[in-house]
Design a binder for this molecule. Structure first.
Ligand SMILES: *Cc1c(COP(=O)(O)O)cnc(C)c1O
Length: 380
């Protein structure tokens, strides 16, 4: 078993503190964190408003069982219903992304009375057995079989294959609007529209996994908004509570009405709920998603210009907002290691050939310039 520290296993970096885009290690070195620790810090590390909200709630009440309404949780549910796309006003809270997808899987089966699920090749939906059954990579799946059955994988982005796979026995289609772990591959609006059409025609639920693309990452609050569609279920997690454990499953009425019996002891913990409310408030107050759109576009353009000008070994720069994949011609792990050790820039892999940037959504063009300069140094 390994944690996520494997990238730097030759030279581990022990992190002591964080503020904004900066992480500081125990030896005092400052790092530019453009992975945002897997998109978990949309407002940067330890944003003061979130820290205050957590502190205040912790002093008032750390926990009470979910059957008692508590103001922090109720407020978050209302806030989520408000920022949700379309009419996805029924909110299920849990403790991680994989759990949000487990819930979506159970709710879709219960609401439709069907078993079959369609998911995409290269998909990543989490590591508990249900979510893992929708996850593509053999490395993640093979040691743990048998997994729950009834899942058909289709090539991501192929509209005809999707239409052919979905029928009136399909409970749900699960898709990431942009595949993250799978290499930062955008689905494209037409593909998402086809997914919406074929699920509507067959009575299947369209589940969009916005665990990575959600809460402003791609330049709008939800990636589905820029595609102009609303799913039946939307899951999110990662940055929604600034790094505290929260998963969210937003459901249409018809899903919630027949969702079946589901529960979790820690779901909607008041401290986590307070962190999430403060995060969402911060994102909206300063229109942070718009900053992600603008700085993201700037960063992609500067990266492409640098690739041309310096003839860098890069195949493609792609993505949306501040979810960016740089497909490199040599191993991504080596590039990441050099970025960390030589340039004090922390980025992420997305498979063996893609360097993934998921910085805090609050970064400015100066931060973007530093990332480009560092990549020129490492790749040039
Ligand atoms: C991270 C991620 C998950 C799993 O979330 P966990 O909180 O690690 O369980 C699921 N889907 C996508 C798209 C993710 O990026």
């Amino acid at each position: 078993m390994t944690g996520e520290g494997f990238v730097f296993s030759e030279k581990p970096i022990a992190i002591e503190s964080g503020s904004g885009v900066t992480l500081t290690s125990e030896d005092g070195t400052e790092y530019l964190d453009v992975g945002a620790s897997y998109a978990c810090t949309p407002l940067g590390h330890s944003p003061p408003a979130v820290v205050d909200a957590i502190t205040e709630q912790a002093e008032q009440l750390l926990y009470v069982q979910g059957s008692y309404p508590v103001a922090a949780r109720t407020a978050l549910q209302e806030q989520l219903a408000e920022v949700a796309p379309g009419e996805l006003s029924k909110v299920w809270l849990c403790n991680s992304g994989t759990e949000a997808n487990e819930a979506a899987l159970k709710f879709a089966r219960s609401a439709t009375g069907r078993e079959k699920i369609v998911a995409a090749q290269r998909a990543f939906h989490g590591r508990t057995l249900g979510a893992l059954s929708l996850t593509w990579k053999d490395d993640y799946r093979d040691p743990f079989g048998p997994l729950p059955g009834g899942v058909e994988f289709v090539p991501y982005g192929d509209e005809d294959a999707l239409a052919a796979a979905v029928d009136d026995e399909t409970a749900a289609v699960f898709l990431e609007p942009i595949q993250g772990e799978g290499g930062v591959h955008p689905a494209g609006d037409a593909y998402l529209q086809t997914a919406r059409d074929v699920t509507e025609e067959t009575g299947a639920a369209l589940v969009l996994d916005e665990i990575q693309t959600g809460v402003g990452r791609t330049g709008t609050m939800w990636a589905c908004q820029s595609a102009g569609i609303v799913p039946d279920v939307l899951t999110t997690a990662k940055g929604v509570a600034s790094g505290l454990p929260l998963g969210v499953t937003l459901c249409a009425d018809w899903i919630a009405a027949d969702a079946g019996n589901h529960g979790s002891t820690f779901a909607g913990n008041p401290v986590v709920a307070a962190a999430a409310s403060a995060t969402l408030t911060g994102l909206q107050a300063d229109d942070v998603p718009a900053n992600a759109a603008a700085v993201g576009e700037y960063l992609r353009e500067e990266l492409r210009a640098a690739v041309d000008e310096h003839d860098l070994p890069v195949r493609e720069v792609r993505g949306s907002g501040l979810m960016i994949g740089i497909e490199v011609k040599r191993g991504s792990m080596r590039v990441l290691r050099d970025l960390a050790i030589e340039q004090q820039v922390l980025a992420l892999p997305a498979g063996r050939s893609v360097v993934r940037l998921l910085p805090p959504l609050t970064i400015d063009e100066g931060h973007a310039d530093s990332v480009v300069d560092s990549l020129i140094e490492v790749l040039g």
